[in-house]
Design a protein around this ligand. Structure first.
Ligand code: M6R
Length: 364
């Protein structure tokens, strides 16, 4: 049932404040502003590193989690695409916590990677939406993301719920490894608890996205840029746009632009910059100027302060709510999803069932 939405994807995008709040209810002790250790049952204290494995959107959730685990728990993190992990014979010590992220829990590459890892890693944890799935059953610990059924082939609410669970795990790892104290944990948990409200406010930019997405849909190529934890969001934004609107899109770390992709820039290649105001914002503004100097059209997705600092040279500016930097990856998922959604609507593609794609990829 799509409710009063035109597509399952729209419904699932709009469910995010609710489902993220529901997942937080499971992983966070809201009375004390601490993570709920018992709900996770993972011991990071003796791990020599964390290995995160998934495909597609799940892989980008892992990529965000790498920033979180490193920042909060100061533990080395490797991220891998499941099909690469499995076949490159990774060096495993038996002391790592390996985390397998999959909405369906049936993705063949991720399942094969899990089977390869079982018995070779310290602990094999899965982060899944379908609790009775193969990946959930075959892992040592299965953590549900509690997003509810996701029907649209393009993953949306599963991504933000995966991030919710991974953020909770990163905070837990910080506590167990002694890299954050109780006050530090409480600050991060409070930030995480503010995510549902921030997601709801982010959804309000829908009205601004629809008009320029009509224009964007005429492009043949689109670039997405981001720094730090916005880099994986740029990758996710590009994946969503490719899947849904069949427009060629690439995500790049903003600093990489000058190392090659800037050669693509002209007035026909829109560049979408995901950049909340943070310590690196000025560097991002100078990347934007490099693009504009070559006639490129910028869509800047930022907060009020970022919009003020950047001036009004951008082709379009989407003003997002102010959020704690820790949860920015969850909140900036919304514009990435909506840009793809409205571009697909403008092109008239099959939003919930894009060509050549299946919801669950059960062949390697
Ligand atoms: O069910 P999974 O999370 O294991 O699926 C992984 C990918 O196939 C999936 O995320 C795919 O990239 C989506 N269509 C992205 O929107």
């Amino acid at each position: 049932d799509k409710g009063n939405h035109k597509h399952f994807m729209a419904k699932e995008i709009h469910e995010q404040p609710t489902v993220v709040a529901y997942a937080l209810g499971h992983y966070i002790d809201q009375a004390r502003n601490l993570v709920a250790e018992a709900a996770m049952n993972v011991d990071f204290s003796r791990a020599d590193r964390i290995v995160l494995v998934a495909c597609g959107t799940g892989h980008y959730a892992c990529h965000v989690a790498k920033y979180w685990f490193e920042q909060v728990a100061r533990v080395p993190v490797e991220i891998d695409i499941a099909s690469e992990f499995r076949y490159r014979d990774p060096v495993l010590t038996g002391r790592e916590v390996a985390i397998f992220v999959s909405q369906s829990g049936e993705t063949a590459d991720t399942l094969a990677a899990l089977r390869h890892a079982r018995g070779r890693v310290g602990r094999a944890v899965s982060v899944v939406n379908v609790p009775e799935s193969s990946i959930a059953r075959e892992s040592d610990v299965a953590l549900p993301i509690l997003a509810g059924a996701e029907i649209s082939v393009a993953s949306t609410k599963a991504f933000t719920c995966q991030l919710t669970v991974l953020a909770s795990l990163a905070i837990l790892a910080g506590r167990q490894r002694g890299t954050i104290d109780t006050a530090g944990e409480q600050e991060l948990v409070r930030a995480l608890s503010s995510a549902p409200g921030a997601l709801a406010r982010a959804l309000a930019i829908e009205a601004d996205i629809a008009p320029f997405s009509m224009e964007l849909a005429r492009a043949r190529d689109v670039l997405f840029l981001g720094r730090g934890s916005m880099y994986p969001l740029a990758l996710e934004g590009a994946l969503k746009l490719k899947e849904l609107s069949y427009i060629h899109a690439e995500g790049y770390a903003s600093g990489e632009l000058k190392h090659g992709p800037i050669a693509l820039i002209d007035e026909d290649v829109p560049v979408i910059v995901l950049a909340p105001r943070d310590a690196l914002f000025e560097k991002t503004v100078s990347n934007m100027q490099e693009v504009m100097a070559r006639g490129g059209r910028i869509v800047l997705v930022t907060d009020a302060e970022g919009a003020r600092q950047a001036g009004n040279e951008a082709w379009a500016t989407l003003v997002m709510p102010d959020v704690h930097p820790f949860i920015a990856p969850l909140v900036y998922a919304v514009p990435a999803q909506l840009i793809a959604y409205y571009s697909a609507m403008a092109k008239g593609t099959d939003v919930d069932q894009p060509r050549n794609l299946a919801k669950s990829v059960t062949v390697e």
